[in-house]
Design a protein around this ligand. Structure first.
Ligand SMILES: Nc1ncnc2c1ncn2[C@@H]1O[C@H](COP(=O)(O)OP(=O)(O)OP(=O)(O)O)[C@@H](O)[C@H]1O
Length: 355
């Protein structure tokens, strides 16, 4: 069942196409993360969903009904922004109840609904404080409480963690996930941080240049990226991409055949391998790469090693155990052909994608 259906949605600002032909289903109860680089149109899509802006083309349906022309308050969606503006002169309690009072909801329900969200977000001890007497994380919890108390059909969150320091970000993120697991309210969560997307999402929608590039589970996007953009965007450190020759219907990495593609007709192809899929311990008869260490960075449990190869530079993720190659040292890396990717030079589409 689909809670919200986005059909052929487009948005222009003047002559600039900021969103083009977006088709997306937001399923009942799912946590959908919208991810993409700065300026790709994430916030614009969220604003269209919220009703703060009107689309130039296409429709938004809620349980089959067209809500494209509905004003924000007719939609019963709750928005949570990075700048959660709390009223400084009101207590936490009154900040949470403010919207319900404004909408003239039945007063008799206030205590019970307040108790429910305050328990859920552990705000009971803070209800009589003013926002200035709270930490950043506590303020964010109050903003969440205010959004939840109206029991919306959909949460729209625009980078709610981006103003918090690293430790707090982890805490609030865990809080949002715990809340989602309790409430199961459909959520669209916008971020430019692919790690946040990978750890939080039921499904991720990747946006670039105003177009939806791919939508799927984090695992599917990591394993089967539809194109080179998604391949480079999902996964840290990013997938290594090398431009290599293509002839005799085969891709060739330093003279070694990588894969046969009967229907590809270009002279070159992009070869992709993730840093974590390279190894110094050759097991089988997979392809090899002769490398020289250019740089190494210690990340605690592992090193990220940058290497020069005859086909270009690659990065390699190496466990911090035993002797690790020094700068200038030569290494032979190998990998399994199963872990390689090939992308068309002209369309950048994944040529090995399973159907
Ligand atoms: N009101 C507007 N008028 C004109 N152009 C706009 C307007 N709002 C957004 N844009 C442009 O639309 C594009 C998409 O903006 P949007 O804010 O949706 O991107 P974003 O993916 O959310 O970026 P970020 O991650 O930096 O917040 C940008 O190029 C932006 O300059």
């Amino acid at each position: 069942m689909s809670a919200i259906s986005i059909r052929g949605l487009g948005k222009k600002f003047g002559s600039a196409d900021v969103l083009r032909d977006i088709n997306l289903e937001i399923r009942e109860g799912e946590f959908l993360v919208l991810v993409g680089p700065s300026g790709c149109g994430k916030s614009t899509l969220l604003r269209l969903l919220a009703g703060l802006d009107r689309a130039t083309s296409g429709q938004i349906l809620q349980n089959g009904a067209d809500i494209s022309a509905h004003a924000p308050r007719e939609r019963n969606f709750s928005l949570i922004f990075q700048n959660y503006a709390l009223f400084p002169h009101l207590t936490v309690r009154n900040n949470i109840l403010f919207g319900m009072k404004m909408r003239g909801e039945p007063k008799a329900e206030f205590p019970q609904r307040l108790k429910k969200v305050a328990d859920l977000l552990q705000l009971q001890p803070l209800l009589d404080r003013k926002p200035a007497q709270l930490s950043g994380g506590q303020r964010q919890r109050v903003a969440m409480a205010r959004a939840i108390v109206r029991e919306p059909a959909l949460f729209l969150m625009d980078e709610p963690l981006s103003n918090l320091d690293a430790k707090l970000r982890g805490e609030v993120r865990d809080g949002i996930m715990a809340l989602h697991n309790t409430l199961k309210t459909s959520t669209v969560y916008v971020t430019h941080d692919q790690i946040e997307a990978m750890t939080m999402a039921d499904r991720i929608a990747v946006l670039d240049g105003g177009r939806l590039q791919q939508i799927g589970t984090p695992e599917a996007l990591y394993r089967q990226p539809a194109n080179m953009f998604v391949a480079g965007f999902i996964g840290t450190p990013a997938m290594n991409i090398l431009r290599i020759p293509f002839y005799d219907q085969q891709a060739w990495l330093v003279g070694q055949p990588i894969a046969r593609l009967p229907d590809y007709h270009e002279a070159e192809v992009f070869f992709g391998i993730r840093p974590e899929h390279l190894t110094e311990f050759p097991g089988g008869d997979g392809p090899r790469l002769q490398c020289r260490v250019l740089r190494r960075e210690l990340h605690g449990a592992e090193y990220l090693i940058t290497l020069d190869t005859p086909a270009g530079q690659v990065q390699y993720r190496r466990e911090n155990r035993g002797a690790v190659g020094d700068v200038g040292q030569r290494l032979t890396l190998s990998f399994s052909s199963r872990d390689s990717y090939l992308f068309s030079v002209s369309s950048q589409l994944n040529l090995l994608q399973e159907q």
